[in-house]
Design a binder for this molecule. Structure first.
Ligand SMILES: Nc1ncnc2c1ncn2[C@@H]1O[C@H](COP(=O)(O)OP(=O)(O)OP(=O)(O)O)[C@@H](O)[C@H]1O
Ligand SMILES: [Mg+2]
Length: 363
C-alpha cells in the first residue's frame, strides 16, 4: 500500500504542455479514479505515475520517496492496460509468471504467488490454456493476475474494461471492486465512463484539458459539483441545464423555459452574472410536482420505459431539452404535455461561464 503524491506535475510534448500542474494526494489503500473526456490527459498522468512517461516538471512521490527518476520496474507499481497484451504463445500460467521469472525469483515462490492470484481471480481451471482459448473477460482477468503476482504497492488501470461488452463490463467492475476489498492496495483507475467512476471510486478526480476540475467522493461530486462541467459530467442521464434571466426583486423569479420560477432570495444579490444564470436540475429531481416550489410545462418527445422507472425526454415551450426521471404514475407518451416540478433545495445554480453560484459565497 502507498501514498501517492503529485506536486505541480506537468507534461509537455515537443514544448507543448498537455498536463498543466497537477496537485493531488492519494491515500494508502484508496481507490482513486481519473475521469474525463478523451484527450484530457488521464493516460498521460497514469503513465507518468507508472514511469512509462517522463515527468516534465514537478514532483511525484510514492510512499514518501520522490520517484521522478526511479525506473518503472523499481517504483512498486503494476499497470493493467485496455488491450490486455498477453503473450499469445504462452499459457495463462506462463503469462502470469513471466515477470517473476524475468526477475529471477525461485520456483516455489513463483508457484505460490501465481496460484494465489489464480485463486483470487478464479482462473484455476484455465491455467494451461492459451489466450486465444479464453473469452475477453477471462483474458482481462489474466492481465490483472499478471499485475497481482508482482505484489505492487500501487495498481494502475488504464480503461481495463473498455474492450469488453456491456454485460461483461458490469461483471468485471464488480470483480475489480471485490479485488480492491480483498487486497486493500492503493488503486488508480482511468476511465471516461462516469458510471465506473461513481461505482468504484473512493475518490474521483475529474480532469479536463490537462487540469483538475474537482476532486471528491462520488457523492460530493454528485451533490456539490463546483462547476457546470463537473455537474454535466457526473450523473446519467445528465443534469438538466436551463438558462434564464433573474427578475430584479427581493423574491427573485427566473424567467426560463417559458415560465417564471421562484428562486431563493440570495440569488437576487448575485449580480456577478448580470442576472443571467444557469439552473441545474437532475432528472430524478424534476418529478416532484405536488410538493414542488417551481413548475414548468414540457412537451414529451420520447419516453424510455425501463420498468421500475422511465426517462421522459422533452422540450420546454422555449425549446430547451429536458430529461425527467418518472418513478410514479403512468408514463406519458410522445406528444403529451407534462407538468414537471422541483424543489429549490435540489436545484444548483451556475454562472453562464461555468462557476457554481452558492448562497455562502460573497458575490
Ligand atoms: N506521445 C505524444 N506526443 C504528443 N502528444 C501526445 C502524446 N501522447 C498524448 N499526447 C496528447 O496529450 C493529450 C492527453 O492525451 P491522453 O492520452 O493522456 O488522453 P486521455 O485522457 O487518456 O484520452 P482517452 O480517453 O482518449 O484515452 C492529448 O491531447 C494527446 O494528443
Ligand atoms: Mg487514455
Amino acid at each position: 500500500m502507498a501514498d501517492v503524491a503529485l506536486r505541480n506535475v506537468r507534461k509537455s510534448y515537443s514544448g507543448v504542455e498537455t498536463v498543466h500542474g497537477i496537485d493531488l494526494d492519494i491515500q494508502h489503500g484508496e481507490f482513486c479514479v481519473f475521469v474525463g473526456p478523451s484527450g484530457c490527459g488521464k493516460s498521460t498522468l497514469l503513465r507518468m505515475i507508472a514511469g512509462l512517461e517522463s515527468i516534465t516538471k514537478g514532483e511525484l512521490s510514492i510512499d514518501g520517496e520522490v520517484v521522478n527518476d526511479v525506473d518503472a520496474a523499481d517504483r512498486g507499481v503494476a499497470m493493467v492496460f485496455q488491450n490486455y497484451a498477453l503473450y499469445p504463445h504462452m499459457s495463462v500460467r506462463e503469462n502470469m509468471s513471466f515477470s517473476l521469472r524475468m526477475a529471477g525469483r525461485n520456483k516455489a515462490e513463483i508457484a505460490a504467488r501465481v496460484n494465489e492470484a489464480a485463486r483470487i481471480l478464479q482462473l484455476d481451471a484455465l491455467m494451461d490454456r492459451k489466450p486465444s482459448q479464453l473469452s475477453g473477460g477471462q483474458r482481462q482477468r489474466v492481465a490483472i493476475g499478471r499485475a497481482i503476482v508482482r505484489d505492487p504497492k500501487v495498481f494502475l488501470f488504464d480503461e481495463p474494461l473498455s474492450n469488453l461488452d456491456a454485460e461483461l463490463r458490469v461483471q468485471m467492475r464488480v470483480e475489480i471492486a471485490k479485488l480492491h476489498q480483498a487486497l486493500g492496495n492503493t488503486m488508480i483507475y482511468v476511465t471516461h465512463d462516469q458510471t465506473e467512476a461513481m461505482t468504484l471510486a473512493d475518490k474521483i478526480v475529474v480532469l479536463r484539458a490537462g487540469q483538475i476540475e474537482q476532486v471528491g467522493t462520488p457523492l460530493e461530486l454528485y451533490e456539490n459539483p463546483s462547476n457546470l462541467f463537473v455537474a454535466g459530467f457526473i450523473g446519467s442521464p445528465k443534469m438538466n441545464f436551463l438558462k434564464g434571466r433573474l427578475t430584479r426583486s427581493d423574491r427573485p423569479l427566473l424567467e426560463c423555459g417559458g415560465a417564471f420560477l421562484p428562486m431563493p432570495a440570495w440569488l437576487a444579490q448575485s449580480s456577478q452574472s448580470g442576472g443571467e444564470i444557469v439552473l441545474g436540475i437532475r432528472p430524478e429531481h424534476f418529478d416532484r410536482v405536488p410538493e414542488a416550489a417551481a413548475h414548468l410545462m414540457i412537451v414529451v418527445d420520447v419516453v424510455e420505459n425501463l420498468g421500475g422507472t422511465s426517462f421522459v425526454y422533452g422540450r420546454t415551450s422555449t425549446g430547451e431539452a429536458v430529461v425527467v426521471e418518472k418513478r410514479e404514475g403512468p408514463a406519458p407518451r410522445a406528444g403529451d404535455r407534462l407538468e414537471v416540478g422541483f424543489q429549490l433545495d435540489d436545484a444548483r445554480f451556475f454562472h453562464p461561464e461555468g462557476a457554481r453560484l452558492r448562497s455562502d459565497q460573497p458575490n
